[in-house]
Ligand binder design. Structure first.
Ligand code: PLP
Length: 437
């Protein structure tokens, strides 16, 4: 299904003129796929608990207002970590009681705004908690503390948030920390939530579950010490890894929820409401970008296809290719999958540094000028998280809906207009040319 829709969308994007000399990169999102992922997430947790569950999409994974509005329509809220992300969630119409604010560097003004609006806040550290003391009485916001269970990291250091020295949350295994967290709850009857997020991509499922188990155990300890169910809701974060190696969704939300049910049954026995904060696993496989091949060449006997997509849309892959390999699909200029013997080649981007490669040494049908490459599974954290190197423009993003078998039956909806040259100049001090003279 998903793969068929993708093939239709590629052909239609070329026939309907989305990819041009002026717009040589375009990003596409599968509307039905996003809805299906949201449905799968809701169903996975509904199958294991009767308690209320708020699924809050981690906005940083796809900070695009129409995407947040689509997810909101599916009953999915927003996890935000900056004033900008909060503004996007509000622009998308996400109600305050479905927004969770988690940043590690919230200013007093941000905290005051969140509490005025009734947005849930997870305090990252004791100093932030002390700030909340001034406003907490009488707010509609659900308030909690983020803890780091220090259960260990995964294969990608930069994304491992439950290591001994992670910058996030209160480190539970540090000397005296656990007792201090319990005390903080007993002193503040308005603290009703407990939050953890053990990491993203590269964290083994078993380790994510270890983190959740730790946090559930702490909630039980706090509630016992309080003599009442003070903690009513546990926020288990996001971080379900995505399979970048094939079209298969693995692991699934259902598998994760079932594992939680087996391994932390007390979390799902109905006494605790839940919050989840999935990002990548909701969007990655529902988006891809297309780029035109401008030139091909051979260097040191290695064929290279020079495309228009590189570090600006695939920043992590370009800077850390071993951790973030992307599947590349090759199409001809009509959008038909290219056939032909695989030839080991590099797929390069347009930026002016040697490492700007979407893929190195990849066997693909030999690419030619005018062909099109698709970088798959890039619906989260890729084209939506633009990197402005070489003043390359933010690319246009379109949603697609496949309504029949012909390419004119694919309907595209603009999600984000491509950045214009005038905007690039203006953002780069264009109106201030004389300011240093
Ligand atoms: C980034 C982040 C998430 C989402 O992580 P994914 O790997 O995209 O699911 C959730 N919660 C917090 C606190 C985060 O920082």
């Amino acid at each position: 299904m998903t793969v068929d829709r993708r093939h239709h969308a590629v052909r239609a994007a070329l026939q309907q003129g989305l990819l041009t000399e002026e717009q040589p990169v375009v990003a596409l999102l599968d509307i039905a796929g996003i809805r299906a992922s949201a449905t799968a997430l809701r169903a996975a947790f509904a199958a294991v608990t009767d308690a209320p569950v708020l699924h809050a999409f981690a906005v940083k994974a796809a900070p695009l207002v129409p995407v947040l509005a689509l997810l909101n329509d599916e009953g999915i809220g927003a996890e935000v970590a900056s004033p900008g992300e909060l503004a996007l969630a509000r622009a998308a119409g996400v109600p305050a009681n479905r927004i969770v604010l988690d940043s590690p560097a919230k200013t007093p003004a941000e905290l005051a705004e969140a509490l005025t609006l009734g947005i849930a806040v997870n305090a990252d550290n004791p100093q932030e908690l002390a700030r909340l003391d001034a406003w907490a009485e009488g707010t509609a916001s659900a308030l909690g503390i983020r803890v780091n269970p220090q259960v260990g990291g995964g294969s990608i250091e930069a994304l491992s948030t439950a290591t001994a020295t992670s910058k996030f949350g209160i480190a539970l295994r540090d000397e005296g920390a656990r007792a201090a967290v319990v005390r903080a709850y007993l002193d503040r009857p308005w603290l009703t939530r407990l939050h953890t997020h053990s990491g993203s991509q590269g964290i083994p499922l078993a380790r994510m579950i270890d983190g959740v188990r730790e946090v559930h155990g702490l909630a039980e300890e706090i509630n016992a010490a309080a003599g009442r169910q003070q903690i009513t809701t546990i926020d288990i974060g996001g971080g379900l890894p995505v399979n970048f190696a094939s079209d298969e969704t693995a692991p699934t939300f259902a598998q994760y929820a079932q594992l939680l049910k087996e391994q932390v049954p007390g979390l799902l026995d109905g006494r605790y409401g839940l919050v989840t904060e999935f990002g990548r696993s909701l969007l990655a496989k529902n988006g891809f970008f297309l780029a035109r091949v401008e030139y091909t060449k051979v260097s040191g006997s290695r064929p290279i296809a020079v495309t228009h997509a590189g570090v600006q849309v695939a920043t992590r892959t370009v800077y850390d290719p071993a951790s973030w390999p992307l599947r590349i699909a090759a199409y001809d200029d009509k959008g038909s999958p290219k056939t032909g013997e695989p030839v080991v080649q590099d797929v390069a981007g347009p930026a002016c540094f040697a490492g700007d490669l979407l893929a190195a040494g990849r066997p693909l049908p030999l690419l030619e000028p005018g062909d099109v490459v698709a970088a798959l599974d890039t619906g989260a954290y890729y084209f939506s998280n633009h990197y402005g190197y070489n003043s390359l423009p933010r690319v246009g993003v379109h949603g697609y809906a496949v309504e029949g078998d012909e390419s004119d039956s694919v309907r595209f909806s603009l999600v984000r207009a491509p950045q214009t040259m005038a905007e690039i100049v203006a953002e780069s001090g264009g109106g201030l040319a004389g300011s240093l003279l």
